[in-house]
Design a protein around this ligand. Structure first.
Ligand code: ZN
Length: 391
């Protein structure tokens, strides 16, 4: 193993409040980091840095933890550009568009699904993402959900079984039978392939009773819960997520005061995916300010999927969260890193600490503030030994 000293870091975002300026971001100026193999070995002031095999001067740029994208659907086939264009021309979004992608996935080979997932994962990494969660949910048969989970497992450790995305067309007249399939034979096949179980709680998808049955069955098989909640209107999703001990309630665009209180009391992370509100032309964005002021933990994710949020860009999501969800630039960067880690119940990612995996991101900018200040500019990239300015 070789060690690399990254020095000349103008601003280091550690997300360790014990470091630097004592803020949640643990900002350290004029910093250095030593990476040994694939682990962070040392963090501190550039002037005090130890020797290493290789020395890379990043020229005053900002280094931060790789983004943690805790909500994606990148195992799919086809695209839905026409549907997006129709929305842009004034058509509203309803949950049923998912079935278009289900038909494409069922017709695709495993190799095609894997190639799409790899392409999108590479896009994510190029834009500074270090950790990605991937859901199934476009197969919706025992065999197709199994295929999607096996493909996802080739791309990440954070695999989520979302057999309860929508009721597939062949069960349209008997949705209860589909819930029985998801909680029975489909779960038997899928539970060993996933860490998480998820359910889309929405009119046109699953109601509270079905969601409880699905999450309880998953938990009995060792899966941890997460929920698609309160995306298109007020509803029971957040309450079900909190009562079921879910790691995260995702979307949270339409919340009552009781929903906010439940998130605060339960510790369930509120994961905002404003790329979806953007793509669906939602009349409102999630009120991140209200959640943070109440004491909830907020995360940001892309929700990358072909129907309602076809972006892989965490910097885009950060900029949207600042403009539309009321987060400060610093809160948005925390939510996209440490917040995402909390939503995945991980303490080894989303921060830069000694001993943790070295998934570091460098910005072509002096401070993390530029992520929201310069929207649409490709500032973020993975930090590598080729990043020296003086070479
Ligand atoms: Zn989603």
């Amino acid at each position: 193993m070789t060690s690399t000293l990254y020095t000349g870091i103008g601003e280091l975002v550690t997300n360790d409040p014990a470091r630097g300026d004592g803020s949640a971001l643990g900002l350290t100026r004029d910093a250095a980091v030593v990476v040994d193999g694939d682990r962070v070995a040392w963090i501190g002031a550039a002037a005090a840095a130890p020797e290493a095999d290789t020395r890379v001067d990043v020229g005053g740029r900002c280094v931060l933890p790789g983004f943690v994208d805790s909500h994606s659907h990148v195992v799919f086939a086809g695209d839905r550009a026409e549907e997006f264009a129709a929305r842009a021309a004034g058509q509203p979004y309803a949950a049923g568009g998912i079935r278009t992608t289900v038909a494409a996935v069922r017709a695709a080979t495993d190799e095609e699904l894997l190639a799409t997932g790899r392409r999108l994962l590479a896009e994510m990494r190029r834009q500074g993402t270090g950790t990605v969660e991937i859901k199934s949910g476009y197969g919706l048969s025992v065999e197709d959900e199994r295929r999607c989970l096996e493909v996802a497992a080739q791309l990440t450790d954070e695999v989520t079984f979302l057999g309860a995305h929508v009721v597939p067309p062949e069960f349209a007249d008997e949705p209860d039978s589909y819930v029985a399939l998801v909680t029975g034979p489909m779960l038997d096949v899928c539970a060993p392939l996933a860490r998480w179980i998820d359910v889309f709680v929405e009119d046109g998808a699953f109601d509270a009773d079905a969601a409880r049955a699905i999450l309880e069955a998953g938990r009995a098989r060792g899966l941890e819960a997460r929920v698609h909640a309160n995306q298109l209107g007020p509803g029971p999703g957040v309450q079900v997520a909190c009562e079921q001990g879910a790691a995260s309630a995702d979307h949270c665009t339409h919340l009552t005061d009781a929903d906010v209180a439940a998130l605060v009391d339960s510790g369930t992370v509120a994961t905002l995916v404003p790329g979806a509100d953007f793509s669906t032309r939602s009349p409102v964005y999630p009120d991140g300010r209200r959640l943070i002021d109440a004491g909830a933990t907020v995360a940001l994710a892309t929700d990358c999927n072909p129907g309602t949020s076809y972006t892989t860009s965490m910097p885009f999501v950060i900029a949207l969260a600042v403009r539309e969800c009321g987060l400060t630039p610093s809160e948005a960067v925390w939510a996209a890193t440490a917040g995402g880690a909390a939503a995945l119940r991980r303490d080894d990612v989303g921060r830069i600490v000694e001993g943790a995996p070295a998934a570091l991101t460098v910005l072509d900018a002096p401070t993390h503030l530029h992520l929201a200040y310069r929207p649409g500019v490709p500032l973020a990239a993975p930090l590598t030994a080729d990043d020296g300015r003086s070479a």
